[in-house]
Design a protein around this ligand. Structure first.
Ligand code: ZN
Length: 453
């Protein structure tokens, strides 16, 4: 089943939610980081998981901002070496003490229920309940986030301090959940460009109320997609995927294998809201154009960054870069997963992410995409001797010493535009910024001295 949502342009100011509200963060006037953070706050309460209504509701919110096809793949569908799992939904869950007071309550935090917990309704002693309680002794005030996707089990997650405080006695335990045949849901935003060749952006959507991992990725991907949708022209076609981690990308790959050769560049977006510097993880190929461009964009930003090699662990780049596909897909993140203590705990909340970091992540992805769009190979159309630039206004009358950067970049482009050097390669070899080299190429193109290779 495919449903498409035609949506209002993302720039449409949203109505005030309450009279007297001082700011409208989705409004264009608000800084981009504030708007992204506000969107995250909207999505934060949803109880997302690998499947289920929290994912559908999240995709519904995204579809208000960008054109989004929402796909439903039935449980039991074989996908590569896997099978689409049963669908899980949870309505309510609690542990109540002997007075009936809910001491652990899903309504207060959806992290309290281990993801994919099987339904349970029982009265049990603390000793019987204890094997089903998960806490973090080293972070006694935080609730851990846990799942049991492929092994049937149930558990509650709670702070270690609360676990330690539980007295002996009987407890009422309820997980009002369903786990049965349904569907895996994902969202796909396709933006056609002049070329059939595609740029793939992908983010995971399967975590409940956690902020950096990975509402930040969902929100930045949505705003990048809105930015791309608003461009007057696109060289590449863009496919932005909102997938449950691992099984979602495996499902998407299984259903789209015949058209994967259209993917020329790709980025997985994850953990984009923490205050750490940007990290770019290279594709498995390591020397793909996207790897070169991402490293260049980070260097050019003048801000701290790290470029790390591919490892077969992390997010969905593992699937896109599996050897049978080996797609040129890298990963943009800030602090890598597991390297911030808040990772997969209740401390990864909206206070942990910052508008500045989200804005920087957005700008970084946009700058990479802008380079991808403009990095071409050209052929000099007058390669025998230098073409006479002066009469074309591309080379000023001069003392011959202090040539401008634009003039020198023009000579570099003419010399290296042999169908084998990209503008990025010319920028690196000449030492001139990509923007200068690109500007020179545009001027030469306008004078028909360059043609796309
Ligand atoms: Zn995670």
């Amino acid at each position: 089943m495919t449903t498409s949502s035609a949506t209002a342009p993302p720039t449409t100011p949203r109505p005030l939610r309450a009279a007297g509200a001082a700011v409208r963060p989705h409004c264009d006037a608000a800084p981009i980081g504030d708007r992204i953070l506000e969107f995250m706050a909207e999505l934060y309460p949803q109880c997302r998981s690998m499947t289920g209504d929290g994912v559908r509701a999240t995709l519904g919110h995204i579809a208000r901002h960008i054109p989004l096809a929402i796909e439903e793949v039935p449980s039991g569908t074989p996908v590569l070496d896997w099978v689409v799992p049963n669908e899980w939904n949870v309505r309510d869950a609690w542990i109540a003490d002997s007075t009936g007071a809910r001491i652990v309550d899903f309504q207060r935090s959806n992290l309290h229920v281990m993801g994919y917990s099987t339904p349970v309704r029982a009265t049990m002693t603390l000793a019987q309940l204890r094997p089903h309680l998960i806490s973090l002794p080293e972070r006694p005030d935080w609730i851990p986030y846990r799942t049991s996707y492929f092994r049937e089990a149930w558990a509650f997650c709670l702070s270690h301090r609360q676990l330690e405080s539980l007295a002996d006695g009987d407890y009422d335990v309820c997980i009002d959940a369903t786990l049965g045949p349904g569907a895996l849901t994902y969202g796909e935003c396709f933006l056609p460009g002049a070329s059939r060749e595609e740029v793939l952006l992908s983010t995971h959507i399967c975590h409940p109320s956690l902020a950096n991992d990975n509402l930040s990725g969902i929100a930045v991907a949505t705003f990048v997609a809105a930015h791309l949708a608003a461009l007057p022209a696109r060289r590449y076609s863009y496919r932005i995927l909102f997938l449950p981690g691992t099984i979602g990308s495996i499902t998407w790959l299984a259903r789209n294998e015949p058209r994967l050769n259209a993917i020329k560049h790709g980025l997985v977006l994850a953990c984009l809201g923490d205050p750490g510097p940007i990290t770019y993880k290279k594709s498995r190929r390591a020397t793909a154009e996207i790897d070169e461009i991402a490293a260049y964009a980070l260097q050019a930003s003048g801000r701290p960054f790290e470029v790390v090699d591919f490892i077969p662990y992390g997010y969905d780049e593992r699937q896109f870069c599996s050897p049978g596909f080996d797609l040129p897909v890298g990963c943009v993140m800030r602090t890598p997963h597991g390297r911030f203590p808040q990772y997969h705990t209740s401390a990864d909340n909206l206070d942990f992410v910052t508008a500045d970091a989200l804005a920087d992540s957005f700008e970084t992805v946009v700058s990479i995409v802008s380079l991808v769009e403009r990095n071409r190979m050209y052929e000099n159309q007058s390669p025998k001797g230098e073409p006479q630039l002066g009469r074309r206004g591309l080379y000023g009358a001069h003392n011959g010493i202090d040539r401008t950067a634009d003039e020198l970049a023009t000579l570099w482009v003419l010399n290296l535009a042999d169908g084998r050097h990209s503008l990025m390669a010319i920028a690196k070899r000449s030492g001139y910024p990509f923007e200068t080299v690109w500007r020179a190429a545009e001027a030469l193109r306008a004078h028909r001295l360059l043609a796309a290779a």
